[in-house]
Design a protein around this ligand. Sequence first.
Ligand code: SF4
Ligand code: SF4
Length: 121
Amino acid sequence: MRSSSGCSGRRGFFARLMDSGPALPTDGIFCSVCGYCMPCPYGVDIPGIFSLYNDAVDAKDSCGRKFLKTYEETIPYLRQANHCIECGICLSQCPMSVDIPKEMRRIDELVESFKVKELMK
Ligand code: SF4
Ligand code: SF4
């Protein structure tokens, strides 16, 4: 059986962890929103996600709160970064040589960490 002190101690640990991060990186993705990489056969809204991400970086949304809210509201669930299976089909289509699957994984990890951060409040 878990003691309440154990739970609060664990919660305190995660709260401290989340206080110190995560933060939105300060560097954007070199995407011109040309759409040549579309359609993604797995439904990922590549330019939409990168555009939102770059807007958040430009707005210096360091805590990621606004980014997370806008992401959840404007990118339909089935088109979000977590649906990228890293097939690589889009890679050869991008004139800006964006490593799309790598960026999708990075954004998805960021989104998940922001969700945990919100839950721990
Ligand atoms: S690598 Fe990801 S984003 Fe690119 S086509 Fe495949 S599933 Fe879609
Ligand atoms: S092809 Fe490259 S630059 Fe164009 S929208 Fe897709 S990721 Fe962005």
